[in-house]
Design a protein around this ligand. Structure first.
Ligand SMILES: Cc1cc2nc3c(=O)[nH]c(=O)nc-3n(C[C@H](O)[C@H](O)[C@H](O)COP(=O)(O)OP(=O)(O)OC[C@H]3O[C@@H](n4cnc5c(N)ncnc54)[C@H](O)[C@@H]3O)c2cc1C
Length: 472
């Protein structure tokens, strides 16, 4: 390897562009090859658009539920109940979503350029482990030599053979932002994080939503207590949740979509959103030319410092399937560069990742889970405190949600937590800090919280985990 290391990155999503910034900082010559726009799916079709849509749906939820706080909207004749008075202009919402996504993509492009990273627009593939072939978007091709290659090509929505999206009424989550009008009756197939988030959002925007869930309850991968709260709220708000119902096919007849379930039932609606998982973009990456191994589903196998089976070739983000989050993709990308370029590096620790389900209310999680505690993978004490007893929650008319904390018996070190409530994504941070810094429940309990505040419940949960000193 020469004095300056040449790094080539395939994919300009968070896995790719965050790695590029680290590599540039460490003095490497960096080239990013990207086919669809910097920021990747995270910025252009997934996280950023969905969370921007949810910013509007959250506001709608607050307004609809504001009657309890005494709010009335002035109509022509009589004051209107907020729930009857608010509506949404979906074309305007979607225009804002797409503008914001494209502006963020441009911001990232500028930042990358400022750091001296070369951007090649086009599709790349490996040509052995030390070169990449690029089919340029403007035509022609280029071969770029590399000392280090990072694969960060992301994933795409899985579609079923019997449920082909048409971009008009049968949609993947990438296609919903072209809608000009709110679907009258939206059938969401899949009740994982993506399905639940969109079901929650469109319900709040005013669509009649049917959520088709193949499992006993929605959000099967999440904390069971949290998922129960969300399912209760969904049903209370009028959503139809079809549990233990697997979609067999989705078809369209005129303006109607039909979802046929495996038990023979049929559900009809005006639109259908398919949220049945993601597949890695690894099919045509020339992985075999470099000896990069994948699992049986096509995800690239990596270790905790993002190394693949091929020397000098690293991989990060959704194409590895390690944990499909933008924050994890970014960290895997940075770790890859720290490792490849000889900087100090800590292997990826999934037990410190905090994540959020942006339903209304939200579910935020960090560290060890209830499932792991129940399965005996870790010995931990748990406490769960409903938010309904919190003074701020009462003032704000918040009735659903809780704080749950896990700590080690004996030492009292906090190892995980779950928060369900409005803006749980913000409330989970003190727990995340405690997990990262190995704080004890007592140390958390002794920090001041504002009165009144939702975070008061985090401190109170920590106080309840206090272990009285044993007899002298
Ligand atoms: C609806 C939805 C909402 C989400 N919300 C959140 C959220 O709120 N928070 C969160 O943390 N995560 C969220 N995620 C997950 C998050 O979007 C992904 O984990 C993240 O995008 C992964 O980043 P990445 O860099 O691996 O890939 P991507 O963001 O997919 O970027 C990869 C890029 O590489 C390009 N590419 C592919 N092949 C090639 C090639 N051969 N050559 C050049 N370029 C190529 C792709 O076109 C793409 O632009 C969400 C996912 C979905 C589906």
């Amino acid at each position: 390897m020469g004095a300056v290391t040449g790094v080539v990155i395939l994919g300009g999503g968070p896995g790719g562009y965050e790695a590029a910034l680290v590599a540039a900082q460490l003095g490497a010559t960096v080239t990013i090859v990207d086919s669809d726009g910097l920021g990747g799916s995270a910025v252009l079709t997934d996280c950023v658009p969905s969370k921007t849509l949810i910013a509007t749906s959250d506001l709608m939820t607050e307004m609809r539920e504001s009657a309890e706080l005494g709010v009335r909207f002035r109509g022509d004749d009589a004051d209107l109940e907020p729930s009857d008075a608010v509506g949404v202009d979906l074309a305007r919402v979607n225009e804002r979503v797409l503008d914001l996504a494209s502006a963020q993509s441009s911001d990232i492009a500028r930042k990358i350029e400022r750091e001296g990273v070369t951007l090649l627009r086009g599709k790349g593939r490996l040509d052995g482990s030390q070169a990449v072939l690029v089919d340029l978007a403007d035509g022609g091709s280029e071969r770029v030599e590399a000392d280090v290659v990072l694969l960060a090509t992301g994933a795409h929505p899985r579609v079923m053979e019997t449920a082909q999206p048409d971009g008009e009424r049968i949609l993947t989550w990438e296609q919903v932002y072209d809608l000009e009008h709110l679907p009258e009756r939206l059938i969401v197939v899949g009740s994982g994080v993506t399905g639940a988030e969109f079901a929650s959002a469109y319900d709040a925007l005013g669509a009649d939503v049917v959520l088709v869930s193949s499992r006993d309850r929605v959000l099967p991968g999440e904390d069971a207590d949290a998922a129960e709260v969300i399912e209760d709220v969904f049903k209370r708000r009028g959503m139809t949740v079809l549990s233990r119902s697997r979609a067999e096919s989705v078809s369209r007849e005129g303006d109607e979509v039909r979802v046929r379930l495996t038990d023979g039932q049929e559900v009809t609606g005006s639109h259908c959103l398919l949220a049945v998982g993601s597949l890695p973009n690894t099919g045509d990456l020339g992985l075999d030319t470099a000896g990069v191994d994948t699992d049986e589903r096509g995800f690239i196998k990596v270790d905790r410092v993002s190394r693949t089976s091929a020397r000098g070739v690293y991989a990060a983000g959704d194409c590895t399937g390690v944990l499909m989050l933008a924050s994890v993709a970014a960290m895997q990308g940075r770790i890859a560069m720290w490792h490849a370029l000889g900087d100090a590096v800590q292997p990826l620790d999934l037990k410190r990742v905090s994540s959020n389900v942006f339903t209304s209310p939200e579910i935020a999680t960090v560290g060890w889970s209830q499932q792991a505690v129940d399965a005996g993978e870790i010995d931990a004490q748990a406490v769960m405190l409903p938010l309904a007893g919190n003074p701020r929650a009462k003032m704000q008319g918040v009735h659903d949600g809780f704080v749950k904390l896990f700590c080690r018996p004996g030492t009292g070190i906090v190892v995980g937590g779950v928060v369900v409530g409005p803006r749980a994504s913000e409330l989970v941070h003190p727990i995340s800090l405690a997990v990262a810094a190995r704080l004890t429940a007592d140390q958390m309990a002794h920090a001041f919280t504002v009165y009144p505040s939702m975070s008061g419940s985090v401190a109170e949960a920590a106080r309840r985990l206090h272990q009285a000193p044993g007899p002298a």
